[in-house]
Design a protein around this ligand. Sequence first.
Ligand code: ATP
Length: 222
Amino acid sequence: MIVFKSLRAGYQGQAVTPVITGQLLAGSMTALMGANGSGKSTLLKTIAGLLPPISGQCELLLPRKERGWLPQRTELETRFPLTVFELVSIGCWPRCGWFGGITRTLRKEIWLALEAVQMMDYADAQPATLSGGQLQRVLFARLMLQRSRLWLLDEPFNGIDSQTVTLLMSILQQQQQAGTTLLVVLHDRPLVARYFTDVLSMDDASHSQMPTHSLPLRRVAP
Ligand SMILES: Nc1ncnc2c1ncn2[C@@H]1O[C@H](COP(=O)(O)OP(=O)(O)OP(=O)(O)O)[C@@H](O)[C@H]1O
């Protein structure tokens, strides 16, 4: 699905990641781990197509609109004049177009996504009034509607209670079973050990050849 060939990602010609070589297989669920500032968010943005590689290549045959990217919540602006329902409906735009209108079938899908994240009661609420965990549920519902074949999630469980993490993890597992490829930035090692089979570590530049020491995890295939 994604092949990294001596990739370095960064900004304005300056690399901030180690050299990354290896691949993420289609339908895999990989935790992206590493110290603060090691370049995890930068790598996700590069895979999402928002930044050009500094050197090397990131090969994936997937149009940008099929790459679902969820930034860290600190990067999100929530004070826009939309309801939760309307925010989730944005996930339909790749399919119906900006001016295509929401058909009855799509409305039903939106309600089903809100139901999956247990946020139906908040459909008319303003996103800015939601708690962090509620907002994350809503953003997962939007991603579900996008039907992206690749989900790039940047610390989706930061500050989220364990009940919501369990709910959102079950959605990730369903997505993976449906064939979606997932790359998720996480710092929570027990959570990674429990749910993830693959780890991409930014702490070691030669990570794709190195075993993961402390976790019972399979390596990302070199
Ligand atoms: N827009 C930017 N322009 C230039 N440098 C940036 C920019 N955004 C981030 N950086 C720098 O790139 C480096 C990697 O940042 P990045 O946010 O990718 O790390 P991270 O591993 O996701 O960190 P954290 O775990 O703290 O979220 C840092 O040194 C940061 O200061």
